[in-house]
Design a binder for this molecule. Structure first.
Ligand SMILES: Cc1ncc(COP(=O)(O)O)c(C=O)c1O
Length: 389
């Protein structure tokens, strides 16, 4: 059971704004901003390297808290500057051969898909998009029929940026494992709102960001890499943190996921993200998941009762992301109007969702993304404002 009053007190911005843009970037709780600011202050007071040495424990918390959340070892986690960077680091490390195939889905994030096209051109790969079923979810039979001896990677975005349906990530993982295919999961929108266990999901890689449902600072992300496959991978870059220089002719990669990291990084951000994941672990991810889904489902149900509104989720299992359009206002106009009333939402446009919204002829949708610290009263107020056009 969540103590909503306490959680809202720990999120000072709740008092001033109605924030339904958690899929963009959540409101930070005090404990996160404090951890970041404290570290920046120590850098100012004693120097960057000295502050880093002093903050060894706080840095480790990022790895241990993330490992606890994802059900993996701390050395299977790498810090990255964003989810997109984490995802590309993973994809580009796979030992592809010309003619290999990558299967992806309509939920794939735009930047991931472009990186995939980029790599496909370089390495002569074939990209296949497996359609969703009428519930907007992976069609497992279609997926299995698309798998061939050439399929090297299955890449799935767990919850899309532009639609709140939850994809059956564990069922896809099971298929990938049965066929010995690398499975790359984008958990950018699911991390922080869903319970994620990498063994259950069956993924070899999981990429995420700090600022969204995990409530961490901007400029932070992470990559999980399965220890069982890490030795098969070749990271794109080496530096004095990810590798060891052995002689003028040779170097060796560091053990584990560290080989995907850079020496230089936004250390205050990483410390802040560690604090954020620890905060979520302490609240209990099961409680968070339940609360987010209850709020979102209430919002979705009540929005769909409004005459001009069409809700775009189709699956039984939906996340905190609620997408909708109105016959009375464009998505951009509705967002702008809500913004002026102190309500934060975002807009997803079809040009950034060409495998999804564009194929359905939907130009844009409003995305209202709720988190556990949002209140029932905020849902009601939001609905009133949407209806008051
Ligand atoms: C599903 C999904 N994947 C990846 C990303 C990219 O995250 P980042 O901006 O941290 O690279 C986003 C961002 O909105 C996203 O929604």
């Amino acid at each position: 059971m969540l103590n909503l009053e306490k959680l809202r007190r720990e999120t000072p911005a709740c008092e001033r704004i109605l924030h339904f843009n958690n899929a963009g970037s959540s409101l930070n709780p005090w404990v996160v901003s404090d951890a970041v600011l404290r570290h920046l202050q120590r850098e100012q007071e004693i120097g960057g390297y000295e502050a880093a040495a002093e903050a060894e424990q706080a840095q480790q918390l990022f790895y241990t808290a993330m490992g606890k959340y994802l059900g993996c070892a701390a050395d299977e986690i790498a810090f990255a500057e964003s989810a997109s960077r984490a995802w590309t680091l993973a994809l580009f490390s796979v030992p592809f051969q010309a003619g290999d195939e990558v299967i992806t889905f309509p939920s794939e994030y735009a930047s991931n898909y472009m990186s995939l096209l980029h790599l496909a051109r370089q390495k002569n790969l074939i990209v296949k998009v497996c359609p969703f079923n009428e519930s907007g979810q992976v069609d497992l039979i279609a997926l299995e029929s698309m798998i061939s001896s050439k399929t090297r990677v299955i890449a799935l975005t767990h919850v899309a940026s532009q639609r709140g349906d939850i994809q059956p990530a564990a069922a896809v993982g099971k298929l990938a494992r049965e066929h010995s295919i690398y499975y790359l999961l984008d958990a950018c929108q699911s991390a922080g709102q869903l319970a994620l266990d990498v063994s259950t999901l069956g993924c070899h890689f999981l990429a995420g960001t700090g600022r969204k449902y995990l409530r961490g600072p901007r400029g932070t992300g992470f990559l999980y890499v399965d220890a069982e496959i890490v030795e098969q991978l070749t990271p794109s870059f080496a530096d004095l943190h990810s590798a060891q220089w052995l002689s003028t002719e040779s170097f060796a990669w560091q053990a584990g996921a560290r080989r995907f990291e850079s020496f230089e990084r936004h250390l205050a951000g990483m410390i802040g993200l560690g604090a954020a994941v620890n905060y979520a672990n302490n609240i209990g991810i099961q409680h968070i998941e339940k609360r987010v889904q209850e709020l979102a489902s209430d919002l979705r149900d009540r929005l769909s009762q409004l005459d001009p509104i069409q809700v775009h989720e189709r699956a039984e299992e939906c996340s905190g992301i609620v997408t909708f359009s109105s016959s009375k206002e464009s998505a951009a106009e509705l967002k702008q109007r809500l913004n002026e009333l102190g309500v934060n939402v975002s807009v997803s446009k079809s040009e950034n969702a060409q495998l999804d919204l564009a194929r359905e002829g939907v130009a844009a949708v409003v995305r209202a993304s709720v988190h556990y610290y949002n209140s029932d009263e905020e849902i009601t107020r939001f609905l009133d404002l949407v209806a008051s056009v």
